[in-house]
Design a protein around this ligand. Structure first.
Ligand code: ZN
Length: 504
């Protein structure tokens, strides 16, 4: 009964965290603005309760009893793995005080609302005090977790186990060296980007992007699509995995690719082994968050794979452009599949990260990572952020940021207390090419991509990535599925191939 008691305790924590996810989804999609303060308190109460259960005596006893019951079984046994993984992450969680966890959870909801208001009004000064408090809290969390050479390491590794600021700087160096020449080359490509800025009714955009999401394998019987300011995916077990999009009438790719991106996240969560529902392997104890992905970077690799490796490929548009033209006959009357493929791959430095092309996206991440590392180390002050942002944008992308809405106020992350999560977007980009290259060694996958049958690819990902939830580390998943650990080679090769085709 001991392992059963342990599983029961974990399931209760997971249930609470799924309820928090639902309340978060509601706060960002449905809730009237007046609900904010009460919702912040409700979420803080539930997260506090989850923390109490996770660090309490009952679970500790259950862990010890389960260890006794499972003694003698190999470390690879899934029950042993569950108990040891729980013990380890709960140990880390216990280093962050209950008061800090509660305050962080409450601040998150309130600060997100303040951010949305400040962003709409282009009012950084109005948001700065809350951001200052949020950063103080992140510094406290980093200090409590400890470890690492740089204070940023503790925060980064809560999202990406094993990642450090020094490893990131090496990764960023390789990417700069690989991507900057490609960006210069890509600017020579002939691209009719104006075709993406015609008036595309939002309702039709939603229809088309949903249809293709279904064809990829996102299951609408266990999911739904809504509109938000900042697209996201969130799950309440594998049987209810929701995504949101943001559509703009005069920027077609913004809506389409955001939906496919989130559908990629969604398929990962929907594909996690049913046996792992309400278990350690769908619970992030350190962030007190119900999620099934192995890490934030692994999660992002799956969204990027569908968005970019599939959705921006030449073959994809050869296959599906006719459907798109039937959806928008007037707007695309004078456009070919080739024109469209070129347009959605055109590289043009812009202000907004979520709308950035593949060649500039990682530069947006590097900018944010450098700022975060500086903030956490106490080298950058919140009040200086708008100016630092403008300087870095000028230096990295050659752009003059006209206002903070298009600059430092564009992302939800800092208001959410998610300092250290930006690097996982670049890690995800890099991993997406590694997984995709490995999948394309499988003949049915290649044949499927050739004919628009995405089931073989989804099945491959299910077998190699999705099903395992958090029972394997990102590094294990990569090595077992692709034969090597994190490596920039396949990503730079994918982008080089594309730029060469665009400029041939
Ligand atoms: Zn994502």
């Amino acid at each position: 009964m001991s392992y059963a008691a342990f599983s029961h305790e974990i399931a209760r924590i997971n249930d609470i965290l799924c309820a928090v996810n639902l309340m978060t989804w509601d706060a960002r999609v449905m809730m009237p603005p007046g609900g904010i303060d009460a919702r912040g308190k409700q979420i803080a109460t539930l997260v506090g309760l989850a923390r109490e259960l996770a660090t309490g005596d009952a679970l500790q006893r259950a862990i010890e009893d389960a260890r006794a019951e499972l003694a003698g079984l190999p470390a690879s046994d899934v029950r042993v793995l569950a108990v040891e993984q729980a013990a380890q992450s709960i140990g880390a969680l216990a280093r962050i005080s209950a008061a800090l966890v509660g305050e962080a959870a409450e601040l998150k909801t309130v600060a997100q609302a303040a951010w949305a208001k400040a962003r709409a009004a282009n009012d950084f000064a109005g948001f700065a005090p809350m951001l200052e408090r949020s950063m103080e809290m992140q510094r406290e969390i980093a200090a409590a977790l400890g470890g690492g050479e740089h204070p940023y390491d503790a925060l980064v590794s809560t999202y990406e186990p094993g990642m450090t600021w020094s490893r990131l700087q090496v990764l960023y160096g390789e990417l700069r060296q690989g991507l900057l020449p490609l960006l210069a080359q890509a600017r020579e490509a002939k691209v009719r980007s104006e075709i993406l800025e015609r008036a595309y009714p939002v309702e039709k955009q939603r229809e088309f992007s949903s249809l293709l999401s279904s064809r990829f394998g996102y299951d609408f019987d266990r999911g739904r699509l809504d509109d938000t300011v900042h697209p996201f995916e969130i799950s309440f077990t594998r049987s209810d995995v929701r995504i949101t999009g943001r559509f703009r009438e005069t920027w077609l790719p913004g809506g389409l690719f955001a939906v496919w991106h989130e559908a990629g996240h969604g398929m990962y969560e929907q594909g996690i082994s049913e046996a792992f529902s309400r278990s350690v392997f769908t619970t992030d104890f350190i962030n007190l968050y119900a999620v099934g992905g192995a890490s934030f970077g692994t999660h992002e690799s799956q969204s990027r794979l569908w968005e970019n490796r599939v959705g921006r490929s030449r073959r994809f548009w050869e296959l599906h452009f006719d459907d798109l033209r039937q959806t928008f006959p007037d707007q695309l009357d004078d456009v070919t599949a080739e024109d469209f493929w070129r347009a959605v791959n055109g590289a043009r430095p812009g202000f907004i990260r979520v709308e950035a092309d593949e060649l500039t996206y990682d530069l947006h991440i590097m900018l944010r990572s450098e700022i975060e590392a500086g903030l956490i180390a106490g080298e950058i002050r919140v009040s200086d952020l708008p100016e630092i942002w403008r300087d870095k944008m000028k230096a990295m992308l050659g752009l003059d940021v006209p206002d903070d809405r298009l600059g430092v106020l564009q992302d939800v992350h800092w208001s959410s207390g998610m300092v250290g999560s930006f690097p996982t977007y670049t890690i995800g980009n890099v991993m997406s090419s590694q997984f995709f290259a490995a999948a394309c060694k499988d003949t049915p996958v290649v044949q499927g991509l050739e004919t628009g049958d995405y089931l073989p690819l989804k099945t491959w990902l299910n077998d190699k990535v999705y099903q395992f939830g958090r029972s394997k580390t990102p590094s294990q998943l990569l090595v077992e599925a692709t034969g090597s650990d994190l490596s920039t080679g396949p990503y730079i090769a994918d982008l080089k191939r594309k730029v060469d085709e665009l400029t041939a």
